[in-house]
Design a protein around this ligand. Structure first.
Ligand code: SAH
Length: 353
């Protein structure tokens, strides 16, 4: 659902059950909602005139009282490695960014869920720019609509969505849940839950309810093996401490063969020692958790430094010999500042017109 001064009801961002209920008020059948879903999310329709399988009467009603919001990217930047960064201008003038990462068969879109972020993690560029507001489901899903349409024009399909752009998805859980419902619906994007990843700084009470509602993948930003260091890097640790967070990660229901991801941003001389790796391996021992190591991407708003390649390798080796599955995240789109934690510049520059 959308914000703004337009009086008409925005159909974009409604879940299928919400749309069914909305149409039922006019006595319309449930399958009409599925037809609308296909038009909006699979055929990228922007108005009702094209929806020829709806009756003239229904098209008339919809055109008079409803709309389908949508905005193109105001700017598209393409990296030498094929990564694309999109700047979106929202209806109230705020701006957010998304990044499309092509990787072999996959087309992964990294999307934003808030304009800015209130969490103020010390290494992250988003927090440094401050928090403006939550995004609506219409705005969140529009990032995927834009990317999917663009991909379709080249005969490609959006295969994965990660909530790793601006914001903390679990602080905007109502709108994020609506968006997940649309991404997973076979009448819309039809993306399987395992290909939709919610990345969270660890809003403990929101994790399990969402995991029980949708079979999505979880990535939890851990970033420290000790609570005191984590509090320093991520102030949210004072509210939801590391121990409780790891305990909650172990409670997330998983399909066979699946794991919860622990994201760990390596900061040189801060959290990248073999001792840190040993402590991390200990706290994950026996749990269905895999580690995604992310070498820090330096930016002006942060005093931290990127780790040496040897420190990254050593850290990974210690985790692996401690029995923890570990991968190192490759840096993508560095030349267009599309890499992790760098999606701030544009928001700050374009956020207030
Ligand atoms: N708020 C959510 C999602 C956005 S951040 C969360 O905290 O998970 C997505 C990931 O990027 C997190 O794992 C975060 O720790 C990481 N990150 C943030 N700034 C970074 C930077 N400068 N370099 C590398 N990773 C960064």
């Amino acid at each position: 659902m959308t914000r703004g001064t337009d009086e008409r009801t925005d159909l974009k961002g409604m879940t299928l059950p919400e749309l069914e209920e909305f149409l039922a008020r006019w006595g319309k059948e449930r399958y009409r909602a599925r037809q609308l879903f296909r038009w909006i999310y699979q055929k990228h329709a922007g108005d009702f005139a094209a929806m020829t399988d709806l009756s003239k009467e229904l098209r008339g009603i919809l055109a008079a009282s409803c709309r389908i919001s949508g905005f193109p990217a105001e700017r598209v930047e393409t990296s030498a490695d094929g990564t694309e960064k999109y700047l979106f201008r929202l209806e109230d003038g705020e701006a957010v960014e998304s990044v499309l990462i092509p990787d072999e068969g996959r087309r992964t879109l990294c999307i934003s869920s808030q304009v800015g972020c209130p969490l103020l993690c010390g290494f992250c560029a988003t927090g440094a720019a401050g928090f403006r507001r939550d995004m609506t489901s219409a705005e969140i899903v529009q990032q995927a609509c834009f990317a999917a349409k663009r991909l379709a024009e080249r005969g490609e399909r959006l295969s994965n969505v990660v909530f790793m752009g601006l914001g903390e998805p679990l602080l905007n859980v109502t709108e994020v849940s609506r968006t997940i419902g649309i991404l997973l619906s076979q009448f819309a994007f039809g993306i399987s839950g395992k290909r939709v990843t919610i990345s969270t700084a660890g809003i403990v009470p929101e994790m399990l309810p969402l995991a029980l509602r949708y079979p999505v993948s979880f990535a939890v930003s851990i970033n420290a093996a000790r609570g005191d260091l984590r509090s320093l890097l991520m102030p949210i640790n004072r509210k939801y401490p590391l121990r409780e967070l790891v305990a909650e990660m172990k409670r997330i229901p998983l399909q066979s063969g699946r794991k919860v991801t622990a994201e760990y941003v390596l900061l040189a001389g801060v959290n990248d020692s073999p001792e840190d790796a040993r402590a991390l391996a200990r706290s994950f021992r026996g749990a269905r958790i895999k580690v995604n190591l992310i070498p820090f991407n330096p930016h002006e708003a942060s005093p931290y430094r990127a780790p040496e390649a040897e420190a990254v390798d050593r850290f990974r080796e210690v985790l692996i010999s401690g029995g923890v599955q570990t991968i190192t995240r490759e840096r993508r789109g560095a030349d267009i500042r599309a890499a992790c934690g760098q999606l701030r510049g544009s928001v700050q520059k374009y956020g207030n017109r």
